[in-house]
Design a protein around this ligand. Sequence first.
Ligand SMILES: CC(C)(COP(=O)(O)OP(=O)(O)OC[C@H]1O[C@@H](n2cnc3c(N)ncnc32)[C@H](O)[C@@H]1OP(=O)(O)O)[C@@H](O)C(=O)NCCC(=O)NCCS
Length: 177
Amino acid sequence: MNAPVLAPAPRLDSHPTLRQPQQRDGAALHSLIAACPPLDLNAMYAYLLLCLHHAQTSVVAEIDGKLVGAITAYIPPEQPDTLFVWQVAVAPQQRGQGLGRRMLRHLLSDCIAPRGLRWMETTISPSNQASSRLFTNFAVQHAAGCTTATLFVADDFGESGHEEERLYKIGPWDRAV
Ligand SMILES: CC(C)(COP(=O)(O)OP(=O)(O)OC[C@H]1O[C@@H](n2cnc3c(N)ncnc32)[C@H](O)[C@@H]1OP(=O)(O)O)[C@@H](O)C(=O)NCCC(=O)NCCS
C-alpha cells in the first residue's frame, strides 16, 4: 500500500527558516558540512554546483542569516521517480530539536509530493545511529516502508578506510498531495 503524502508542514515558528539553497550559500554549506563529521567534506565547487543545479530538490535552514542545517538531494537521471538524499547536516548546537526531521518533511511536501516522486533514498554507514534513527523514524511517522541493502562495500572506497554504505529506500509515497 502506498504511503500518503502529507500536506505542507505548518510553520511552527520563524526559527530556523527553511528555503531552497542559492548560489550564495555554497561557501556556507561547505563550512556547515565541515562542522558535521562523519560527513565526507566535498569540494567547495561541488557545493556550488548543488546550490546551482539541485536547489529545487535540496533545502537549507537558517537563523538570522546563518546556515544551521541542510539537506542536499537530487533526482538520479536513471531513477526519475526517486529523490536521492546525499547529505543531511544539522549544526551541533541545533541538534535534537527536530530540525533534521523538519527538513525531511519539507522535502516530502515541497519536492516529492508536487513532483509525484515515489521513493526517497539515502545511504548510511552502519555506525551512524543518529542518521539511521532519523530516516527509519521518519518512515514510521509517515507510514512508509523502509528497506535496507548494501550499496557500497568498504572495498569500493579503496584504501580510505571508509565504512560500507547501506541504501535506505523509503516509500512508496502516494501520488496524491
Ligand atoms: C543526523 C542529524 C542530521 C540529526 O539531526 P537532528 O536535527 O538532531 O535530528 P532530529 O532532532 O530531527 O531527530 C530526528 C529523529 O532522529 C533521532 N535522533 C537524532 N539524533 C539521534 C542520536 N544522536 N541518537 C539517536 N537518535 C537520534 C531522534 O530521536 C528523532 O526521532 P523522533 O523523530 O522519533 O523524535 C544530526 O545529528 C547531524 O547533523 N549529524 C552529523 C552529520 C550526519 O551524520 N548526517 C547524516 C548522514 S547523511
